[in-house]
Design a binder for this molecule. Structure first.
Ligand code: AMP
Length: 356
C-alpha cells in the first residue's frame, strides 16, 4: 500500500453494523469507496457502501476475494476470529493492527497490558475455576463482578457478586467460558476518550465525554464531561500512552471510571465508539472521518470541540420518538436503517447542541 490512499481507493470494513455504516459515509465524503464484509444479511452499512460481501468469517474464498478488492482493511468490531485475521493480514494491511485486537479481545490480556503501562484498572484475578474464584474473592472482596474474558459487550457476560455465597451461581452464569473477577470500582461517574493515531504516529484526542449507562448499554454521552483540569489532561495523556504502546493506527475508545483517587481504565475498544458519536455535531472532523483518515494514511483532522453536545441513543422503541424529534429543528438525527426495534437494539442516536 502506498503511504496515502488516493481518492477512489477502496477501504475494506469487517462488520456491517451502524459503526461500519457511519465509517462508510465518512469515507465516501473523502472520495474513498467501501467494501463491507459481513456474515449477516442486509447489514446497515451495506445500504451506504459500494460493495457488500455476505459470507461467513471462515469462508476462505470470500475472504480472499474481499482482500483482493480493497487497498486496506479495517473493522468496526473487535471479535473477529483469529484465523480470519491471519488470512487477511497475509493479503492486505489491517489497521488497527493485530496487537490492538488481541489486547482488547481478552479482558485478562487487556488488564495485564494496561497495568503493565502503569495505568490503574479495577483489581482483577484470572478465575479458571471455583477454587480460584473463592481465592480471588477472599483477596479482592465483595462486591465484585465476574466477567467472561472474551465476547462480552454492553454488559453481557457479567455477573455481580454482592456476597461470597453468590459466587457459585455467578460462575454458572458464565456457562463454562473463561472468566476474570474484577473488584467493584466506586466511581462518581464514567467518561471516555476517543483518541486517534495516524499512520505516521501523530496523536489527536477528542474531548472526554461523560457517559451514562442503563442496563449495561450506553444511554447518553455529554460533553464537556465533569472533569477537573488535571483529570482532563490525565485522560488524554493516558489515551495517548495506550495508542503509542500499541503502535496503533485508527480511532480507539478508552472507557474510564472517575474516582476521588483518580482515573481507572475500564476497557479499550479498538474502533470508533458509541460514546464518540457526539463528535458528528461538535467537531469539524468527527471520529468516523478521523478513523478513515488514519487508516488511509492521511493526516489527522482537527478534532477540536466547538460546541457542547448531548448524544442520546435511540434504543428499541425509542425510535418511535423520531417523528416528534424531527419537529425539533436543532436535533441531529441518525438512524441506522435496521429492521424492527427490539429491546436493547441500537436503532439510532440524536445529537443535541446544548451550547454552540
Ligand atoms: P463493561 O462491559 O465491562 O464496560 O461494563 C459495563 C458497565 O458495567 C460499565 O460501563 C460500568 O457501568 C459497569 N462496570 C463494569 N465493570 C465495573 C467495575 N469493575 N466496577 C464498577 N462498575 C463496573
Amino acid at each position: 500500500m502506498s503511504d496515502t490512499l488516493a481518492p477512489g481507493s477502496v477501504i475494506g470494513i469487517l462488520g456491517g453494523g451502524q459503526l461500519g455504516r457511519m465509517l462508510s459515509v465518512a469515507a465516501s465524503r473523502l472520495g474513498l469507496r467501501c467494501h463491507i464484509y459481513e456474515p449477516g444479511a442486509n447489514p446497515p452499512a451495506g445500504h451506504v457502501a459500494e460493495t457488500v460481501t455476505t459470507a461467513a468469517w471462515d469462508d476462505e474464498a470470500a475472504l480472499r476475494a474481499f482482500a483482493a478488492s480493497v487497498d486496506v482493511i479495517t473493522y468496526e468490531f473487535e471479535n473477529i476470529p483469529t484465523a480470519t485475521l491471519d488470512l487477511l493480514e497475509s493479503l492486505r494491511p489491517v489497521r488497527p493492527n493485530r496487537r490492538a485486537l488481541a489486547v482488547s479481545q481478552d479482558r485478562l490480556t487487556e488488564k495485564d497490558f494496561l497495568t503493565g503501562l502503569g495505568l490503574r484498572t479495577a483489581p482483577y484475578r484470572d478465575v479458571p475455576d471455583m477454587a480460584a474464584l473463592e481465592a480471588a474473592l477472599a483477596e479482592i472482596g465483595a462486591p465484585a463482578i465476574l466477567k467472561t474474558r472474551r465476547l462480552g459487550y454492553d454488559g453481557k457476560g457479567q455477573a455481580r457478586i454482592m456476597e461470597p455465597a453468590q459466587a457459585e451461581g455467578a460462575l454458572a452464569e458464565m456457562g463454562g467460558a473463561e472468566a476474570i473477577l474484577e473488584g467493584f470500582v466506586h466511581f462518581t461517574h464514567e467518561v471516555s476518550v476517543i483518541a486517534a493515531r495516524g499512520a505516521t504516529g501523530e496523536v489527536a484526542c477528542f474531548d472526554p465525554g461523560e457517559n451514562v449507562h442503563e442496563a449495561g448499554i450506553l444511554r447518553t454521552t455529554t460533553v464537556p464531561a465533569r472533569l477537573a483540569p488535571g483529570q482532563h489532561m490525565d485522560a488524554i495523556l493516558l489515551a495517548g500512552k495506550i495508542l503509542n504502546a500499541l503502535d496503533y493506527v485508527g480511532v480507539m475508545g478508552v472507557e474510564l471510571f472517575v474516582t476521588p483517587q483518580g482515573l481507572v481504565v475500564n476497557e479499550i475498544a479498538p474502533r470508533v465508539h458509541n460514546s464518540g458519536h457526539w463528535t458528528q455535531a461538535g467537531c469539524t472532523v468527527d471520529q468516523f472521518e478521523q478513523h478513515i483518515r488514519a487508516v488511509a494514511g492521511w493526516p489527522l483532522g482537527n478534532g477540536q470541540r466547538y460546541a457542547d453536545v448531548v448524544m442520546e441513543n435511540l434504543i428499541g422503541d425509542d425510535v418511535d420518538k423520531v417523528p416528534a424529534l424531527s419537529k425539533t429543528a436543532d436535533v441531529q438525527i441518525h438512524l441506522y436503517g435496521k429492521g424492527a426495534p427490539r429491546p436493547g437494539r441500537k436503532m439510532g442516536h440524536v445529537n443535541r447542541i446544548t451550547r454552540g
